[in-house]
Design a protein around this ligand. Structure first.
Ligand code: PGA
Length: 240
């Protein structure tokens, strides 16, 4: 793991955002794996600024997002699709036909998972996958478990995740299920960039980096990825 520690989330946004923009400039038709949540927002803001300044174009870029809630309309204000439109896609020249998302309302989650894996493979696989980490060590919605997950699947969210994310749901109860890329799918990405900011992530970061590789801390699997870059602020790195 290539661990990089920064003062604050603004510095990380600039550094991680630059990494993505440089990559897109090198490979304009690349495949990006994207994440939602509070963590990637400074990175997305930096990318949008670079686009607005004419420094990078996303017109041939393809994207796949990590996860989506079940039982929530795709266009609901809390869907992850809406999050991506608002926080990134609407600010770029990205073609929405090139945006890949798991369908959280798919009648047959297994068929949906197979479709997603085939779609990613047909585009050549994910070049760089952006990740956050949950307070419980989850990546995407792969919660602590007895085994590492494989490809995409439907998952029941844990109490820790529901507690962390329910602050965003003011009109309806937060969904209890989600569709997520599995650990196996994430590990196929050629490069992984994980960002963790804030003291609430310090325990999970310590377990990911210094602990054993165990499905009880799903992010610990990244110790086995050959090109994983970890961006931390000082608070998230405070227990290392
Ligand atoms: P956050 O979520 O960026 O909102 O903290 C990260 C995650 O749960 O993976």
């Amino acid at each position: 793991m290539d661990i990089r520690i920064f003062k604050n989330e603004a510095e990380i946004g600039a550094a991680a955002g630059k990494l993505f923009c440089d990559f897109v400039n090198e490979k304009p038709d690349c495949v990006l794996g994207l994440a939602t949540g509070a963590t990637p927002v400074p990175t997305y803001n930096y990318i949008a600024e670079q686009y607005a300044a004419g420094k990078v174009s996303f017109k041939d870029v393809k994207t796949f997002n990590l996860d989506e809630y079940c039982d929530l309309p795709k266009t609901h204000k809390n869907s992850y699709y809406t999050f991506m439109i608002e926080n990134l896609f609407s600010k770029l020249d990205l073609n929405l036909d090139n945006v890949g998302f798991l369908d959280g309302n798919a009648a047959d989650p297994e068929a949906e998972s197979a479709r997603y894996a085939a779609d990613i493979a047909s585009k050549g696989g994910i070049d760089i996958q952006l990740l956050g980490i949950g307070r419980n060590g989850h990546i995407a919605f792969n919660e602590p478990a007895d085994e590492f997950t494989g490809e995409s699947h439907k998952i029941k969210l844990t109490d820790s995740t529901i507690e962390a994310n329910s602050i965003y749901f003011d009109d309806i109860p937060m969904p209890r299920y989600a569709m997520t890329m599995g650990i196996g799918s994430i590990m196929k990405s050629k490069k992984i960039v994980l960002i963790a900011t804030g003291a609430s992530k310090a325990e999970a970061v310590k377990a990911m980096i210094n602990g054993p590789v165990t499905p009880q801390c799903p992010a610990s699997i990244l110790q086995q990825h050959e090109d994983a870059v970890i961006f931390l602020d000082e608070a998230a790195a405070s227990l290392l």
